[in-house]
Write a protein that binds this ligand. Structure first.
Ligand code: NOJ
Length: 561
């Protein structure tokens, strides 16, 4: 397997709006990030993935871009950004920018031109169609509810928007659009950035003719994912992007690719011929999620399901492509609330999850706040939510489908994207030390207990545990490059696996439960000594790997000799 810096790196994701506010307007900003770089340095991460900071009317918090080559007013200026990059590089931290080119904002100059007339030179930059029988051109549903088409009076046609109506889809069939985007990407790369995270990048190519999606529910609009996910020209577009831009730089590229299979990933992120370095897959996130517009209950997650998915990805990509490993981001509930237990065993389970993502094969992505075990929030009123997807979901459920508001809120408490978007809890002072003003979204009331300052002061904190994991990764190539093999396949409480590189072998033991099951290392794994590299309890009932009782959410990693 080829060695590469981006395989060895740990990535930290920053959602700037909620990271740190330096000027008291209640919104996180670039100077706020600069002030906290020493904190990230101390944690030991190598790369920051910065969610969009470009000019934007913020219908979807920056994922609706009105100018790709300038900075959003609330976040600062291009000069601030230049300083951020320089300060990061000074500390040996690399910067990966978000690239959102499936769609722009409807306030982008291209779209403002495009909607003016059918013969405007920018008309074909977007996907316009006449209506069909007095209705939308097809039955596609937007990811954020309602039709994926918006009627525009000016020219009497509809434009496509897979997300909100303020996020019109760019027309990748048009070579001029592609050229503009490549030019813009090159402009950022010339400034010295270290890569791109590419938003919904497997949705760029739509099936010609834009046919109706199969009708699977009683809703008026249907998810047409097979008509625009991994579409017919996707690889052609990405190959062109690689030839014209990416291949000229030694960068990290990661595609956000909903509904990809391991086969797709092996093609897109192939070790030899790939167009991107890695992709984000969602299978493990969807195990517990009731996503989309349906308001239902949150499904319980079975450990065997998680093992199946992760093992399929670990083995499916082995020596052929590279995994990205994550349990949370700005679109997901907090990882400790979804995969761990955020009340009684918050600290133990957060450390267990940290062990999990750092010990799998692939590049770990740490979402801001997970390093101190931040949890989901449960606002009592819908008024306190800000996320457009959450607000649309609530409106559709309560106003259109007659769902009981309390029932809708219950689902929102479990699944809303705002769970991960509350401000970072820096200390126990007012507004969690995030801002001197009024935060754009309320802070999680648990900030007095859970905050960075407390975590830094406590040598046993989740933060210090992350730091140790990151350090171990730097010291032990087996953690990066070792082969993954599942053991105890069908155990419903313990997830255990080995990592092997040449003569080095680790065994990773994770008790994903609040019970105290016995762990037995299978007889076919021989060893003469076992050294504990890291664990989330200080005292172990026994370290006899041929039969040892695990404590609730206990995680241990041993080096076998
Ligand atoms: C995925 C992003 O992560 C999410 O936050 C955004 O709403 C959609 N793509 C649309 O850009």
């Amino acid at each position: 397997m080829n060695k590469a810096w981006w395989k060895e790196a740990v990535v930290y994701q920053i959602y700037p709006r909620s990271f740190y506010d330096s000027n008291g307007d209640g919104i996180g900003d670039l100077r706020g990030i600069i002030q906290k770089l020493d904190y990230l340095k101390e944690l030991g991460i190598d790369v920051v993935w910065l969610c969009p900071v470009y000019k934007s009317p913020n219908d979807d918090n920056g994922y609706d871009i009105s100018n790709y080559q300038d900075i959003m007013d609330e976040f600062g200026t291009l000069a601030d950004w230049e300083e951020l990059l320089a300060e990061m590089h000074k500390r040996g931290i690399k910067l990966v920018m978000d690239l959102v080119v499936n769609h722009s904002s409807d306030e982008h100059r291209w779209f403002e031109e495009s909607r003016k007339s059918k013969d405007n030179p920018y008309r074909d930059y977007y996907v316009w169609r006449p209506g069909k029988d007095g209705r939308e051109p097809n039955n596609w549903r937007s990811f954020f509810g309602g039709s994926a088409w918006q009627y525009d009076e000016q020219t009497g046609e509809y434009y496509l928007h897979l997300f909100t109506k303020k996020q019109p889809d760019l027309n990748w069939e048009n070579p001029k659009v592609r050229e503009e985007i490549y030019k813009m990407m090159d402009w950022w790369l010339q400034k010295g950035i270290d890569g791109f995270r590419m938003d919904v990048v497997n949705m760029l190519s739509k099936v010609p003719g834009l046919p109706d999606a199969p009708v699977l529910t009683r809703d008026r609009y249907q998810f047409g994912s097979q008509l625009y996910i991994n579409g017919p020209r996707l690889m052609e577009f990405l190959t062109e992007m690689k030839q014209k831009v990416l291949s000229r730089y030694d960068i990290l590229t990661v595609g956000e690719t909903p509904l990809v299979t391991t086969q797709d990933a092996v093609m897109i992120a192939n070790e030899e011929t790939g167009v991107l370095k890695m992709v984000f897959q969602f299978e493990h996130m969807d195990l517990s999620a009731e996503t989309g517009a349906e308001v239902g209950t949150v499904k319980p997650r079975k450990l065997s399901g998680l093992k199946d998915v992760m093992t399929r990805w670990q083995k499916g990509l082995e020596n052929r492509a590279w995994n990205s490993i994550y349990l949370g981001n700005h679109d997901q509930p907090r990882s400790v609330s979804q995969f761990g237990e955020d009340s009684r065993y918050r600290v133990e389970s957060a450390k267990l999850l940290a062990t999990f993502i750092h010990m799998l094969q692939g590049t770990p992505y740490v979402y801001q706040g997970d390093e101190i075990g931040m949890t989901n929030v449960a606002f009592e009123s819908i008024q306190d939510y800000r996320d457009v997807a959450t607000l649309n979901l609530y409106k559709e459920a309560v106003e259109e489908k007659g769902v009981d508001p309390q029932a809708a809120l219950k689902v929102i408490h479990a699944k809303s994207r705002d769970n991960a978007r509350t401000p970072i809890q820096w200390d126990a002072s007012g507004q969690a030390g995030f801002t001197k003003g009024t935060p754009w979204i309320k802070v999680n009331p648990n900030y007095k207990e859970i905050n960075v300052s407390a975590a830094l002061a406590d040598p046993d904190s989740i933060f210090h545990y992350y730091k140790k994991l990151i350090q171990l990764r730097k010291e032990n190539p087996v953690i990066v490059y070792g082969t993954y093999d599942l053991i105890l396949d069908s155990h419903e409480e313990i997830y255990a696996f080995t990592r092997t590189l040449d003569r080095e072998r680790l065994v990773v033991i994770l008790n994903f439960s609040r019970n105290s099951p016995m762990f037995y290392l299978p007889e076919n794994i021989s060893f003469s000594s076992a050294e504990l590299l890291i664990g989330n309890y200080n005292v172990h009932p026994s370290e006899d790997l041929r039969g040892t009782m695990l404590l609730p959410y206990e995680a241990r990693v041993y080096r076998l000799r």
